[in-house]
Design a protein around this ligand. Structure first.
Ligand code: MLT
Length: 398
């Protein structure tokens, strides 16, 4: 008899964004006349950059010619992309070896897959509110989860509490959902805490490309000691519009070592290589050529232009919210604006109100954790026209 993983009984009925999609689809079905503006899931709307498209087209042509056709590639990514990433980090003053970088099909998959490296006895620390994948994937393994609170008083940037004995720590900066970003000193405090507990930080840097302030770190590896306690998960989804194209990368430094339950010395880099070569066949060659183009000079300029477009959307949104005296966070180093629901409404209540009265889709803060109750997240990833239209609805009808 097959016995199922009973930890699944402890999960919510469905994944947050699937639950929202179901609600929105039902609404659209019922109100076909309404023009629904989607500011819920953080999905991009601008097309891929021209140099990315050209690189992929060239790769497609190569795949159609016997001499340049590619079958299985290296599971951890082609050397050309890993080298491009080494250079990307080098430009930030961070030295990495190419074999510390593992190309993946996105940060979401790796966020879940990385749990393979850790025993289920570990205590997992997550900030609340938080990207639901961290919590759900650990519930699936039956692990103990403890929370540190993100509150308006700490600008939604919780700091370590030495009374908590965490083994694995999730951090996301710039943060999804709140848009808050840690300073170097604050990240240093987390690294010091992790080192004191022999813990490992899983650092989600999916939104790093939104940072323009040189004082805000784009990688945890600019912090002293991080290479001995952190793994960094990155994505091209928001940086380069790869939400549907799928490509990301995970950095597992050689200096990151911990003990197994039986006392054996383990290199997390070697474990991850073993895991990936066993369970993953790599990202398609065509996609990796497109990703390589993202990190070319031309690609970077084109992607920054896309990010500027979204940044301008965020500015338009922040202006309207300020005029309406709605309290909000984020929006500066992030495509997300985290706003306090007006008139004391609950997250789902405000979600329903926005959908039904204004035909705007947001993401209820409560979906990101207990501390998200009373908040709602809007994304700046829409088209300019839709963003302006949504803000005029808020200005007139809210
Ligand atoms: C979000 O809206 O939080 C993200 O788009 C989800 C994701 O990146 O998987």
């Amino acid at each position: 008899m097959a016995v199922m993983n009973q930890n699944y009984c402890n999960l919510k009925e469905s994944y947050l964004f699937s639950q929202i999609a179901a609600k929105v689809n039902a609404f659209v079905e019922k109100h076909r006349e309404k023009k629904v503006i989607r500011m819920g899931i953080g999905d991009v709307t601008l097309p891929l950059a021209p140099s990315v498209v050209a690189a992929m087209q060239k790769a497609v042509a190569e795949m159609g010619v016997k001499d340049t056709f590619k079958g299985y590639g290296p599971e951890q990514g082609y050397a050309f992309l890993r080298q491009a990433l080494v250079k990307y980090y080098d430009n930030q003053g961070i030295g990495l070896a190419a074999d510390e970088i593992f190309v993946s099909d996105g940060a979401k998959s790796d966020c879940g897959n990385i749990t393979d490296l850790f025993d289920n006895v570990n205590t997992i620390l997550v900030p609340d509110p938080v990207y639901p994948v961290y919590v759900d994937t650990n519930i699936m393994c039956g692990r103990k989860i403890v929370y540190v609170d993100g509150l308006p008083e700490n600008n939604f940037l919780p700091m370590p509490d030495y009374a908590i004995n965490a083994d694995v720590i999730y951090l996301c900066s710039p943060n999804n959902p709140t848009g808050a970003a840690y300073t170097k000193e604050q990240l240093q405090a987390w690294v010091d805490y992790a080192l004191s507990k022999d813990a490992v930080i899983l650092y989600d840097a999916a939104y790093e490309a939104f940072v323009t302030d040189p004082d805000i770190p784009r990688s945890i590896f600019c912090v002293e000691g991080a290479k001995t306690c952190a793994i960094e998960l990155c994505s091209l989804s928001k940086t380069a519009g790869f939400t549907g194209t799928r490509c990301g990368y995970t950095v597992v430094p050689h200096d990151l070592k911990r003990k197994a339950g039986n006392g054996a010395d383990m290199s997390l880099n070697k474990m991850w290589l073993r895991r990936q070569t066993t369970k993953f066949n790599g990202v398609p060659y065509i996609i990796q050529r497109g990703a390589e183009a993202v990190f070319s000079t031309q690609g970077q300029a084109e992607c920054q232009e896309m990010l500027d477009y979204y940044r301008e959307n965020a500015r338009i949104m922040m202006k309207t919210l300020a005029q309406k005296n709605i309290r909000f966070f984020g929006g500066v180093y992030s495509p997300y604006i985290w706003l306090q629901c007006p008139e004391g409404m609950g997250s789902w209540e405000f979600f329903d109100y926005l959908l039904e009265k204004l035909a705007i889709v947001g993401t209820p803060g409560a979906g990101f954790g207990k501390r998200g109750e009373g908040y709602l997240r809007l994304t700046a990833f829409g088209s300019r026209e839709a963003t302006i239209e949504a803000m005029s609805r808020i200005e007139e009808k809210l």
